[in-house]
Design a protein around this ligand. Structure first.
Ligand SMILES: NC(=O)c1ccc[n+]([C@@H]2O[C@H](COP(=O)([O-])OP(=O)(O)OC[C@H]3O[C@@H](n4cnc5c(N)ncnc54)[C@H](O)[C@@H]3O)[C@@H](O)[C@H]2O)c1
Ligand SMILES: [Zn+2]
Length: 245
């Protein structure tokens, strides 16, 4: 349980900040009904380790199965609504967002300056020549075992989801902007990330080195909790409206 005084202490730490960077992970969207990484085994993919669906090797082995899985996740994300936490962040004029999430719920809540470290479920590109694929892709409304990806109009290669898989580099521009914000923000709010996926999980360390106030919102302590001045042990939808409102 978060006592009012925990929130009050955190609010006081944010009071003088004119730029608050909010760093989010899958737990940010849990209150919108989107499974966090560890809980992502649903339906058809009950026995699939989500990590097996997040590597370039798996894509080479079986693109049709992986494409179907990502399109299904895009469908689930499109069906979901931003929660009160996303809305509180978007309404607070002091915030910008760096997210590991690929569900676009921050934008849909109204946040404008969102850095996407791990890409988006709604962007596609060629897996051979990297050309962005702009044609509409129909999303399945029920889980399907396999969907053949469309072919790239430039080189004929298979089109892939525009997300970052394990072993792949993060998009350079997004990474640079995330680093810039960690080196300039007046305060950092960390929400719903276990802090185990690198290099993203290293970003809060940069803010910590500058000794700016750090608040964490998470129902359970994480690998990043030791960096925080205040840990609000609550969900994003519960805590953020009172923290940022
Ligand atoms: N929504 C999405 O876009 C989505 C979904 C699944 C996975 N991913 C990917 O998963 C990777 C894993 O890292 P991660 O740290 O983001 O996720 P993670 O699943 O490793 O950690 C989620 C964290 O959120 C916390 N949490 C759970 N419910 C919460 C709630 N209601 N409010 C606040 N916090 C809550 C958990 O205790 C945990 O610490 C990321 O690379 C991300 O790209 C994204
Ligand atoms: Zn191509």
């Amino acid at each position: 349980m978060t006592t009012p005084s925990t929130i009050d202490t955190a609010r006081a730490l944010l009071a003088d900040a004119s730029h608050i960077e909010v760093f989010t992970g899958a737990g940010m969207s849990a209150d919108s009904g989107i499974a966090t990484y560890r809980d992502a085994q649903t339906g058809l993919w009950e026995n699939v380790d989500p990590q097996d669906m997040a590597s370039i090797d798996a894509w080479h082995d079986d693109p049709d199965t992986m494409f179907a899985w990502y399109l299904w996740r895009a469908h689930l994300a499109r069906q979901a609504e931003p929660n009160a936490g996303h809305v509180a962040i978007a309404r607070c004029p002091k915030t910008t967002v760096t997210t590991q999430n690929i569900d676009n719920l921050h934008e849909r809540a109204g946040s404008k300056e969102v850095v996407h470290l791990h890409g988006s479920l709604f962007e596609f590109r060629c897996s051979l020549c990297d050309e962005a694929f702009g044609e509409p892709i129909a999303l399945p409304t029920a889980p399907v075992e396999a969907i053949t990806p469309p072919s790239c109009p430039v080189c004929g290669g298979p089109v892939r989801p525009g997300v970052v898989w394990f072993g792949e580099a993060l998009p350079q521009d997004e990474w640079n902007e995330a680093e810039r914000r960690m080196s300039t923000a007046d305060a950092l709010v960390i929400v719903g990330t276990s802090g185990v996926v690198y290099p993203a999980a290293g970003l809060p360390l940069m803010a910590h080195a500058r000794e700016i106030p750090i608040i964490e919102v998470t129902p359970m302590r994480t690998e990043l909790s030791h960096l925080a001045d205040v840990v609000i042990e609550d969900t994003a939808a519960n805590a953020l409206p009172s923290l940022l409102g």
